[in-house]
Design a protein around this ligand. Structure first.
Ligand code: HEM
Ligand SMILES: *[C@@H]1O[C@H](CO)[C@@H](O)[C@H](O)[C@H]1NC(C)=O
Ligand SMILES: *[C@@H]1O[C@H](CO)[C@@H](O)[C@H](O)[C@H]1NC(C)=O
Ligand SMILES: *[C@@H]1O[C@H](CO)[C@@H](O)[C@H](O)[C@H]1NC(C)=O
Length: 421
């Protein structure tokens, strides 16, 4: 405990008020007192008390020889050839089934949709292998990127690296953890300042909405649709992400935009790279995007939530969306409307931070190709200081897990490995 506080003070992170609420931090050391506990301590929206429990856990429906999709199984590389319809005609095992009250859904529309179609376990308690398979079979995500995202989902401490289980939403530690006493709470993808961060496209900031950083917000979907003018391309989403940054900076005293928010640019690219359908000429149009987000326009013009669904007659992208592809999109989208990495401080300033390609709170336009190529890999395999992602527990095991999962696929990339032992 003492050591954790010490390293936070040394790193200068005491400036960020939310740090005071980290488990293990003696908040009497900090002037700022916050109204809401972070859910990692087991309270609030997304916490274990209100997390649904489905006693009947059924694993994802696997691909079959009749309906092979990308033939991705058991966490191994599939065919990497898209352009096919999902779900296939006649494949009832992957038809849409609305989540029931006992099923967990979270901040990721891509995974929620996959669970609603049984490409992930329908109760929302999924595994590393299900995540790697589903991303390839449904969206034709490249094997390298599928691995990176699945590792990030588990190792940002949202999941369990022994059981390799992850809740795609709220804290289901009793079902994901190998041993809750040893692992502590595993908040799932709702966990804040991990994979989930401020300035989401359609989800609230954690601290401005009592910890609800995962529910679809129709007002925000409407803002996004207005800014993008129903064409969810890179240009529109870059502008919208910039607007969301400014909204958070003004409205959220605990606003924090750390290295992991690079992932939010990646997620935004999924709207025009992974969601568009061959039957709509691969246009990121409103009909397609609203179906994946579960957004339905009402007669008064507002947007209601109706569950994430793969659009009818949907065919996925033809070439796999690789790790390099997404890194290029992240950097390009960021540079079109750059904002500062850092956070609001207790005394009302915005402090910038440094991490990897982020220097003095920004990514330079002359970032090298090599640095770009390694962006997410570095995020996954480096020890991000606790002050920059909210994780206080030692991450040595998590890094070992990342290297074990990624090593074979990435060993020749030439990216710097910050920690290997
Ligand atoms: C293992 C794989 C994945 C994991 C662990 C994951 C996790 C997450 C998490 C935690 C968020 C919330 C980020 C935030 O604060 O906004 C998110 C957002 C998002 N994800 Fe995923 N995701 C994965 C794969 C995918 C795929 C394959 C798609 C394909 C469509 C997708 C689409 C999105 C979109 C569009 C958002 C932004 C939602 C919003 O901001 O409103 N994700 N994802
Ligand atoms: C939805 O987002 C808007 C804009 O940020 C916010 O004012 C509103 O409180 C949110 N609504 C809910 C129900 O969280
Ligand atoms: C899907 O395709 C079928 C056959 O081509 C067509 O009849 C139907 O209208 C399409 N549905 C949608 C929603 O595009
Ligand atoms: C960051 O800012 C410091 C202080 O203003 C300056 O000395 C340094 O050169 C800057 N670094 C970069 C990479 O711009």
């Amino acid at each position: 405990m003492k050591q954790a506080v010490f390293s936070l003070l040394v790193s200068g992170a005491y400036a960020f008020p939310w740090v005071a609420e980290q488990p293990g931090v003696d908040s009497s050391l900090f002037k700022a007192r916050r109204a809401y506990k972070r859910q990692q301590t087991g309270e609030g929206a997304g916490g274990p008390a209100t997390c649904p429990f489905n006693a009947n856990h059924v694993a994802a429906a696997p691909v079959t020889s009749q309906y092979p999709y990308n033939n991705a199984q058991n966490g191994l590389p599939g065919d990497g050839k898209g352009g096919f319809q999902v779900p296939a005609d006649g494949d009832t095992a992957h038809g849409f089934i609305a989540p029931g009250p006992n099923d967990i859904r979270g901040p990721c529309p891509g995974l929620n949709a996959a669970a609603n179609h049984n490409f992930l376990a329908h109760d929302g308690i999924t595994t590393f292998n299900e995540l790697v398979d589903a991303q390839q079979n449904v969206y034709n995500v490249g094997y390298d990127l599928a691995l990176l995202l699945a590792v990030l989902g588990l190792t940002t401490t949202d999941g369990d690296i022994v059981t390799e289980k992850l809740s795609i939403g709220c804290d289901a530690t009793t079902r994901t953890s190998v041993n809750p006493t040893l692992t502590g709470s595993e908040p799932g993808l709702d966990g804040h300042n991990k994979f989930e961060s401020d300035t989401s496209l359609t989800r609230n900031d954690f601290f401005t909405h009592n910890g609800d950083d995962f529910t679809f917000n129709g007002t925000l979907f409407g803002f996004m649709d207005d800014t993008c003018q129903s064409n969810f391309d890179r240009e529109g989403l870059s502008l919208y992400r910039n607007q969301r940054w400014h909204q958070s900076q003004v409205e959220n005293p605990n606003f924090f935009f750390g290295p992991l928010t690079l992932l939010l640019y990646g997620a935004a690219s999924f709207l025009y790279e992974l969601m568009p359908s061959g039957t709509h000429n691969y246009a990121p149009d409103l009909a397609t995007i609203s179906s994946f987000f579960g957004a339905e326009k009402q007669s008064d013009g507002t947007w209601a939530f109706v569950d994430e669904k793969i659009p009818s007659n949907w065919t996925n992208r033809v070439s796999p969306y690789s790790g390099l592809d997404v890194n290029v999109e992240i950097v390009t989208m960021y540079l079109e409307n750059p904002v500062l990495f850092g956070g609001n401080t207790a005394d009302g300033h915005f402090d910038t931070l440094d991490f990897g390609a982020i220097k003095n709170g920004t990514i330079s336009a002359d970032i090298s190709q090599a640095e770009t190529a390694c962006l997410l890999y570095q995020l996954t395999t480096s020890s991000i200081p606790s002050s920059l992602n909210g994780v206080l527990t030692p991450t040595v095991d998590a890094l070992a897990f990342a290297l074990k999962k990624l090593g074979p696929e990435f060993s020749n990339l030439g990216c710097p490995l910050a920690l290997t032992k």
